[in-house]
Ligand binder design. Structure first.
Ligand code: NAD
Length: 258
């Protein structure tokens, strides 16, 4: 399928590793112009070597002056904006609510939810100038079902859905579509860390925790970052131009999170 996104101007937050890197690479492979930000300088340096075509800025999405600087640099590189991929998000603490430090709560919400606001508010005036404008917000299956011991993350990711659906209505008249992606268990280091931490909390082995997690899915395999990227590319192509306000799960049909 020809997505016809050659030359699309795309900003991906947290694009130096993990799912964001897969998204950035996938857009670049289709001829899009891609700029990423990330908080990890070493990962950005590696990306500069492996993908010199993908431009970059060091930026923490929770830091508003840094996000302003990111947009100045991104627009200088891209010459405008067609797609904002609000991908940055951290797992946050895994603990019972009374043991969660308020600073950990704040940091999780600041990155996972407020970070999307920080970027979107600067992106919208630029997207209004585009003829194919999209925002894609990374939520999670934790934004659809309850997630014991991960209340800050779940609260932020449910917030992302409300943010997405509200903006879809608000920005539809400007021809800007806004969608959320809800990945399930995605293969990679982060998911391994998440399951390890949960296994420790419960006093069970990693394998037992992994088996428990997959007992709640219909498809018993990890989602790949490429599958997430494929869906996002489609949404940002003109083929997806009537899809907005959706919370799209890529999760092997996850019924609950263990
Ligand atoms: P990850 O933990 O692998 O991190 C990816 C990148 O984010 C890293 O390069 C890191 O340096 C960067 N980053 C962290 N904090 C940042 C900040 N404040 N500003 C800018 N960059 C920052 O994450 P991932 O697994 O690639 O997840 C990407 C998105 O997908 C997140 O929003 C996450 O919540 C969501 N998600 C992931 C999974 C999963 O299984 N991995 C499942 C559901 C949802």
């Amino acid at each position: 399928m020809d997505l016809d996104i050659n030359g699309l101007r795309v900003l991906v937050t947290a694009g130096a590793s993990g799912i964001g890197l897969s998204i950035a690479r996938a857009f670049a492979a289709e001829g899009a112009k891609v700029h990423v930000c990330d908080i990890d300088r070493a990962a950005l340096a590696t990306l500069a070597v492996s993908h010199p075509d993908i431009t970059q800025t060091h930026c923490d999405v929770a830091d508003r002056p840094a996000v302003q600087y990111l947009f100045n640099e991104a627009i200088a590189q891209l010459g405008g904006l067609d797609a904002l991929i609000n991908n940055a998000g951290i797992a946050g603490p895994t603990a019972r609510i009374e043991h969660i430090h308020p600073d950990e709560w704040d940091r999780c919400l600041d990155i996972c939810l407020t970070g999307q606001f920080n970027c979107t508010r600067l992106a919208v005036p630029l997207l209004r100038e585009s003829t194919n404008a999209s925002i894609v917000n990374l939520s999670s299956m934790a934004g659809k079902v309850g997630f014991a011991l991960r209340a800050p993350y779940a609260a932020a990711k449910w917030g992302v859905i409300g943010f997405t659906k509200s903006l879809s209505i608000e920005l539809g008249p400007d021809n800007i579509r806004v969608n959320a992606i809800l990945p399930g268990l995605v293969a990679g280091d982060r998911q391994r860390r998440v399951l390890e931490t949960k296994a420790q909390q419960r006093g069970i082995s990693f394998n037992e925790m992994e088996t428990t997690a997959f007992s709640f899915t219909s498809i018993k395999e990890y989602v790949t970052p490429q599958q997430v990227a494929d869906q996002i590319l489609f949404l940002c192509s003109r083929r997806g131009r009537t899809i907005s306000g959706q919370a799209i799960s890529i999760c092997g049909d996850t019924q609950m999170l263990g």
